[in-house]
Structure formats: structure tokens, C-alpha cells
Design a protein. Structure first.
Length: 103
């Protein structure tokens, strides 16, 4: 994800995510309601139990407005997060955000 410059120092990195459009309000359901309350997975592993999260349980993180829950984390580290669902064609937001080769 990060490239080192000639001095070995990491350059700031832009992160480009192409995610789903935000769902229609009528079909939006809480992810908490959709998952089981069991703390163990079928293979016996336990579910992750983070000590701190920066989103409200039930928010949809895999769509444009959810930004995978990464914005605060990446910006605190000096990176830019670019999120779009527009990925098709040469004039798409995705294409515009891609780095251009240096001449």
C-alpha cells in the first residue's frame, strides 16, 4: 500500500475504495439484526471482540457512506481516503482518482 521514497521514508498514501452505492432506505436493515447473537463461529473460532470501534453497531460500512469505517483511522495517519461507487468508463471517479505515471 505504501511506497518508500529514495530516503526510505514512507510517502503519504491515498487509499481508493470502490464500494456499493448506499442502499435504499426501504431495504436498509441493521447488520446486528442480520447476524446471529452467537459468539462462536461454526468452526469453533470466536467472533472478534474489539475493545474500541469508531462506528455504531448496525451501520452499513461496506457502502459509500460507511467508507468501511476507515476515514478517521487513515486521516489520523496523514492519508487521504477516496470513496466512490462510480467505476465504469474513462470519465469515472475511479479513473480520475488513479495515480498517473510520472514522466
Amino acid at each position: 500500500m505504501a511506497e518508500a521514497s529514495s530516503g526510505g521514508k514512507r510517502d503519504d498514501v491515498d487509499v481508493l475504495c470502490v464500494l456499493y452505492d448506499d442502499p435504499l432506505t426501504a431495504i436498509r436493515r441493521s447488520t446486528r439484526a442480520m447476524r446471529s447473537n452467537d459468539s462462536a463461529l461454526p468452526d469453533g473460532q470466536t467472533t472478534p471482540t474489539p475493545h474500541e470501534i469508531d462506528f455504531s453497531p448496525g451501520e452499513l460500512l461496506g457502502c459509500v457512506s460507511g467508507e468501511l469505517g476507515l476515514r478517521k483511522f487513515l486521516e489520523a495517519a496523514g492519508h487521504e481516503l477516496i470513496v466512490t461507487s462510480d467505476k465504469d468508463g474513462p470519465d469515472s471517479e475511479f479513473e480520475k482518482a488513479l495515480p498517473r505515471p510520472r514522466s
